[in-house]
Design a binder for this molecule. Structure first.
Ligand SMILES: Cc1cc2nc3c(=O)[nH]c(=O)nc-3n(C[C@H](O)[C@H](O)[C@H](O)COP(=O)(O)OP(=O)(O)OC[C@H]3O[C@@H](n4cnc5c(N)ncnc54)[C@H](O)[C@@H]3O)c2cc1C
Length: 271
């Protein structure tokens, strides 16, 4: 029997890109996977930022896309959570990566889903749909976040139960995490919701806000308060537009790295 081996190209670092090694891959379902790669000593980022990653394209040049880092800034490895778009230029290939494979990593992470872009507050709400969860996985494992906020909430809205990536770790409040287990045990809240299958919450985020379920178990009032609440949003354009407008109307000012505010979004994220 002959074994067919597919030759993988050897990637070359450039001024803007380093070449890293895939360490592990976890497939959540046919639409979603996560993977960990090596972290170069020179790679510094703030929890919540994104970076360009990619593979070699058919023309021999790097084929890159923006990805939120899903691991916290202190982690020795870097983790990403990815969609699988069947005819997507990058993810049709990226979903096939295996440990030992090479991948490009941009040298300049950036982004607005960072605590620097928010004013001080008491409760931090991170609202996400789909892969928009990624930056919040990073932030919810960062000890600084628990110093800055008394309560830290991730809301994750997906279509199917199997889309709830990292559900068990989040539901367990990161109890296996070496740095934040103790603080997260007291201060972290996870509110998953599934819109197209049976689940304990199966309404969209707006309905969770309206019926007050989003605030269950969280101290303080059962509605958003611009004086004390800070909000980050990441995911589908529809969600970001809808909630961005709602927060503006309700006294929240959008923040940026230059001028911190009460809420921040990652504008270009498609999720
Ligand atoms: C700032 C920023 C951060 C991002 N972070 C992530 C991340 O952490 N994880 C991630 O999977 N993607 C992320 N994306 C999207 C990512 O850059 C790519 O679009 C995605 O990897 C698909 O690449 P592709 O070449 O296969 O297809 P593309 O040609 O890039 O996209 C094809 C189509 O697939 C859909 N699509 C693309 N990305 C998603 C998604 N994440 N969820 C649902 N539908 C999508 C859109 O309809 C898009 O038009 C981010 C984008 C931006 C701008």
């Amino acid at each position: 029997m002959s074994v067919v081996t597919i030759e993988k190209p050897v990637l070359e670092p450039t001024g803007a890109l380093s070449v890293e090694t895939v360490l592990s891959v976890r497939h959540w379902n046919e639409h979603l996977f996560s993977f960990r790669i090596t972290r170069p000593a020179s790679f510094r980022f703030r929890s919540g930022e994104f970076v360009m990653i990619g593979l070699q394209g058919d023309n021999g040049k790097p084929l890159l896309r923006a990805y939120s880092v899903a691991s916290p800034s202190w982690d020795e490895e870097i983790e990403f959570l990815s969609i699988k778009v069947q005819d997507g230029p990058l993810t049709s290939k990226l979903q096939l990566i295996q440990p030992g494979d090479q991948i490009y990593l941009g040298r300049k992470p950036t982004g607005t889903l960072v605590t620097d872009a928010l004013l001080p507050g008491k409760r931090l709400f991170m609202l996400s749909t789909g892969t928009g969860l990624a930056p919040f996985l990073s932030l919810s494992r960062d000890p600084d976040v628990y110093e800055f906020y008394e309560e830290v909430v991730i809301v994750h809205s997906v279509r199917r139960v199997s889309d709830l990536a990292f559900h068990d770790e989040l539901a367990a409040k990161w109890q296996e995490d070496p740095l934040v287990a103790e603080q997260a045990g007291k201060q972290f809240h996870y509110v998953p919701t599934v819109t197209r299958e049976t689940f304990r919450n199966n309404v969209r985020i707006d309905a969770l806000i309206e019926n007050g379920k989003l605030f269950e178990g969280i101290s303080g009032v059962s509605k958003f308060d611009p004086e004390t609440d800070r909000v980050m949003m990441c995911g589908s354009m529809e969600m970001i537009k809808q909630f961005g407008a709602w927060f503006e109307e309700n006294g929240f000012a959008e923040g940026s790295n230059a001028a911190p505010g009460a809420y921040v979004i990652e504008r270009a994220f498609v999720g």
